[in-house]
Ligand binder design. Structure first.
Ligand SMILES: NC(=O)c1ccc[n+]([C@@H]2O[C@H](COP(=O)([O-])OP(=O)(O)OC[C@H]3O[C@@H](n4cnc5c(N)ncnc54)[C@H](O)[C@@H]3O)[C@@H](O)[C@H]2O)c1
Ligand SMILES: O=C(O)C(=O)C[C@]1(C(=O)O)C=C[C@@H](O)C=C1
Length: 366
């Protein structure tokens, strides 16, 4: 008989994990979601085989349970699962972006009765919902595994075996270390991105259309401000202490550059940018990490009708997964540059090959 995987929360991450599991395991996948629309979409996309109308129904005979709902709801679901009669050897995991409170709740409610190992894939999107899910979303990304001190190495291996279709790089961390790290590289930057957008909003409606003018740089740095507000409200509230700590060091950093400007100290201003550039340029290029958009390809195009659609058509015809297109510069009658962003190096390299075959000049950013 096939093993049963029960996915709670059929969104971007639940749908992507489900597809990644299916590509290496012959399993029956049962889905549950509080929104009927998500259930119907997951079923029609073939991501789940069956759906459960009650949480208890899907959980009862599951071998693996994956909780993939906003972090505050993860806490309630852990409590609910603890009150149910599950398979004794069931493995429960989650995908939540914070880990400290989730691990505490799991310890408090599930105790020694059921095995819970926290998880957090460090890849995603500003898009939500099962329609945006894909099996290779986590390829080459880090996948945090958070186990408590009583968990055996063999149990962690069991979880990794279930998740090996994600092709992610698993990394064990403790929950406090986890929330601190992702607070810095993910949660706080989301506040800054949304803050920048609202800052621009304050000035809009005063003449020039700032929304239309906001170009590459502004769009790059604020892409994540289009993420789901409920998900981020939950994350920021859950990791509140860390956010408040980071506001302090952020204010200090901003005060430094403000002071340099007040003093009009050009050397210091240059050093500010040079220091940031040196650190940023030192980030690994080949890893997906938490900094999206590193699988970029630049393509020269002529400024003429149909130039962009010709490039995207070629890519589409080869089933290459393109996640973003940006026009860097397009002036009359001369070459402009398109920046194409891919989900993986494999897709980027394939795009490079087919575009070059179609006489396009392409470049990598190095
Ligand atoms: N989006 C990302 O980039 C990303 C990356 C890594 C981890 N995560 C984490 O993964 C989890 C899921 O995020 P997502 O991006 O898939 O969100 P999503 O909005 O795409 O999907 C969440 C799904 O959960 C359902 N849901 C909400 N509350 C529920 C409940 N109580 N019971 C059953 N279903 C419920 C929603 O209807 C929705 O379909 C979150 O904890 C998030 O922090 C997100
Ligand atoms: O790429 C994005 O849009 C994301 O926001 C992904 C991102 C991140 O901040 O890096 C968001 C939340 C997750 O917990 C992990 C990954």
């Amino acid at each position: 008989m096939k093993k049963k995987v029960f996915i709670i929360g059929l969104g971007l991450i639940g749908g992507s994990v489900a597809q990644a599991i299916r590509r290496v395991h012959d399993v029956q996948i049962i889905g549950y979601d509080s929104r009927i629309k998500s259930v119907n979409e997951a079923k029609s996309l073939g991501i789940i085989d069956e759906y459960a109308s009650e949480l208890s129904q899907g959980a009862a005979d599951a071998d693996l349970i994956i909780i993939s709902v906003p972090v505050n709801s993860v806490l309630g679901i852990i409590k609910e699962l603890a009150s149910l009669e599950l398979k004794p050897d069931v493995l429960i995991t989650d995908t939540g972006s914070t880990k400290r409170k989730i691990m505490e709740k799991a310890k408090e409610y599930l105790c020694d009765r059921y095995l819970f190992i926290g998880g957090h894939p460090m890849a995603g999107s500003h898009k939500s919902g099962v329609q945006a899910s894909k099996p290779d979303l986590f390829e080459n990304a880090f996948y945090f595994i958070v186990a408590d001190e009583k968990t055996h190495a063999e149990q962690v291996e069991r979880l990794k075996e279930w998740l090996k279709g994600t092709r992610a790089k698993f990394m064990a961390v403790d929950p406090v270390q986890h929330d601190k790290a992702v607070g810095l590289i993910s949660h706080f930057p989301h506040i800054i991105a949304s803050g920048l957008v609202l800052h621009l909003k304050q000035y809009s409606g005063q003449g020039l259309s700032l929304r239309r003018l906001a170009a590459g740089g502004f769009r790059d740095i604020t892409r994540i401000a289009s993420s789901d507000p409920i998900m981020w409200q939950d994350i920021i509230s859950d990791n509140r202490d860390m956010m408040l700590e980071l506001f302090q060091s952020w204010d200090d950093e901003m005060a430094k550059i403000k002071e340099m400007l007040i003093e009009n100290d050009k050397d210091k201003i240059k050093a500010f940018f040079a220091d940031a550039k040196a650190f940023r340029d030192g980030f690994p290029q080949k890893e997906k990490g938490a900094i999206p958009g590193i699988f970029d390809l630049y393509v020269d195009v002529l400024d003429q009708p149909g130039a962009i659609s010709d490039v995207t058509r070629i890519i589409g015809e080869h089933n290459i997964n393109l996640i973003n297109v940006n026009v860097i510069e397009l002036r009359e009658s001369i070459f402009g540059v398109l920046r194409l962003t891919f989900q993986s190096s494999k897709h980027r390299d394939l795009a490079m090959e087919v575009l070059e075959k179609n006489k396009y000049k392409t470049y990598l950013d190095d």
